[in-house]
Design a protein around this ligand. Sequence first.
Ligand code: ADP
Ligand code: SF4
Ligand code: MG
Length: 348
Amino acid sequence: MAAPGIDHGVLAVRDLRILFPTRDGRDTVKAIDGMDFEVRAGETFGIIGESGSGKTTLGRALVSLLPPTEGQILHDGTDPSALGTSAFRKHRRDYQIIFQDPNAALNPRMTIIDSVVEPMEIMREGNAETRRRRGIEVLERVGLSSEAADRYPHQLSGGQKQRVNIARVLTLRPKVIVCDEVVAALDVSIRGDVLNLFADLQREFGLTYVFITHDISVVSHISDRIAVTYLGKLMELGPAEEVVEHPLHPYTRALLSAEPIPLPSHLRVDRRIILEGEIPSPVAPPSGCRFRTRCPSVQPRCVTEIPEWREVKPGHRVACHFATADGPPPNNQKTLNASSSLGETTCV
Ligand SMILES: Nc1ncnc2c1ncn2[C@@H]1O[C@H](COP(=O)(O)OP(=O)(O)O)[C@@H](O)[C@H]1O
Ligand code: SF4
Ligand SMILES: [Mg+2]
């Protein structure tokens, strides 16, 4: 149990490693290769990074759907893997996840209300009548009328289905919700409404969010703090405004400069730095700094030495040998002038 008087963070990740065998069983995918951070109660903690950087693996591990290979994930100071079966079941309801695909958690043959009450049934909460009442209440709270209750998933839009998924997890009154690319599959025109719903629910229920996305405009909009992942490691972590306005890591700088959103003046088009090349394989990540094969500021030391995870400003950490509180190291290679978007990184 949590030691009294110590603020552990609602989630504390300690030297986390999650490894998978490759398909042929001959090698190891280092999906998470050493991460340390904490999520504070009531905040929105944004996680940003390219596809393949380990975000979904991390999200699943945060809610105990995947066990750490090494290290620990503490929930309010408690290691859930040390709990007995019944205590673990009770504990898990506090830590929920919503995925990108609105259909992932919905059985096409079940009515909406049956899907919404299912988590309460699994937790053996209440009886059929109280569960249905609570289910309808929560559906209404997420903006769906009670008429939606007896429909089937194929009769709803993507945005409505994602609201049903929100309702499903809300019935359990969780503390933490991990949102893994929850608006990525939705039409751009309704993303704002769904994000506003998340913000309203956070205020109303005191929720903590871990918001995973590859879209900087989403994460910068809603996060209190932002963590930047690259190939299974954190590159930077700090207050959202700081990370977006004054990035300290060359990778964050490159990601921001690739975004077609209004940017701070020092990142405008004429000073764009675009990521070169593909993200390397997590089976054999580069030695030293794993961003070095694409870093415009690379130095010989980056090949041999792994950068320390340093706090260079209060609450602002970075993993780069040469980053300072004033910013990332200077670009010692070409400065480019083209656009690209995260997830389909291009090189120039
Ligand atoms: N069950 C698994 N078995 C083997 N490799 C996996 C498994 N899950 C994820 N990976 C690999 O781990 C890496 C990180 O994947 P993922 O966490 O899905 O990243 P992201 O969500 O950032 O795109 C990828 O290289 C992916 O192929
Ligand atoms: S440590 Fe070297 S390669 Fe890594 S981000 Fe810093 S300058 Fe670039
Ligand atoms: Mg993912």
